[in-house]
Write a protein of this length. Structure first.
Length: 182
């Protein structure tokens, strides 16, 4: 299956992304306003709201894309690195699409989770691996015509871990004093 032969099927994914962003901005605004009414500082209210919504908005289009049915028989690859090695038998654009795409699935979560909460990168990777396992299971269980692969879980989790490392400068180290008091 060559994804580049029929790019029109990805237009729906692009449309979802385009719709999710303004909705995310609105939800961020509403959450920040609520938090400020509840006594949080303006900075903290906006920071918390933007990171939480950013994790969701940055992940939804990827999940929508990989949970969209495609024609064909779904496959399952349970042997680690088997599917990943097979990717290198395809054209370079396919390889880039597959590997970079899988690195990006939980990258928004990986980047923003340690910014929002005092969570260690290892837990970011564990959570992303669990979420990715769920997505791969759904691809198989819902018979979407997609490949469910342990390698996708590994690359999705690695992408979250790499994204977490990229946000190190902004990591939350401790729980805010106001949150500890409540």
């Amino acid at each position: 299956m060559n994804l580049f032969v029929n790019p029109s099927r990805w237009m729906l994914v692009v449309a979802v992304a385009a719709c999710v962003i303004p909705i995310g901005v609105l939800i961020t605004y509403v959450l920040a306003q609520r938090r400020m009414r509840d006594g949080r500082s303006r900075h903290e209210a906006w920071w918390q709201s933007a990171t939480e919504v950013g994790m969701v908005v940055g992940t939804i289009p990827w999940l929508f894309g990989i949970l969209t049915p495609v024609p064909g028989d779904g496959l399952v690859h349970l042997i680690p690195f088997e599917d990943l090695v097979d990717q290198f038998h395809h054209p370079p654009l396919w390889i880039i699409y597959q590997i970079v795409g899988n690195l990006m699935v939980f990258a928004a979560f990986g980047f923003l989770a340690p910014v929002r909460w005092p969570i260690r990168p290892v837990w970011v990777v564990v959570i992303a691996a669990a979420a990715s396992t769920t997505v791969e299971f759904l691809q198989w269980a819902l018979d979407l015509g997609r490949v469910a692969s342990i390698d996708d879980v590994l690359v999705n989790a690695a992408g979250a871990g790499l994204a977490a490392a990229c946000s190190r400068r902004w990591w939350r180290r401790t729980t805010p004093v106001a949150a500890q008091a409540s």
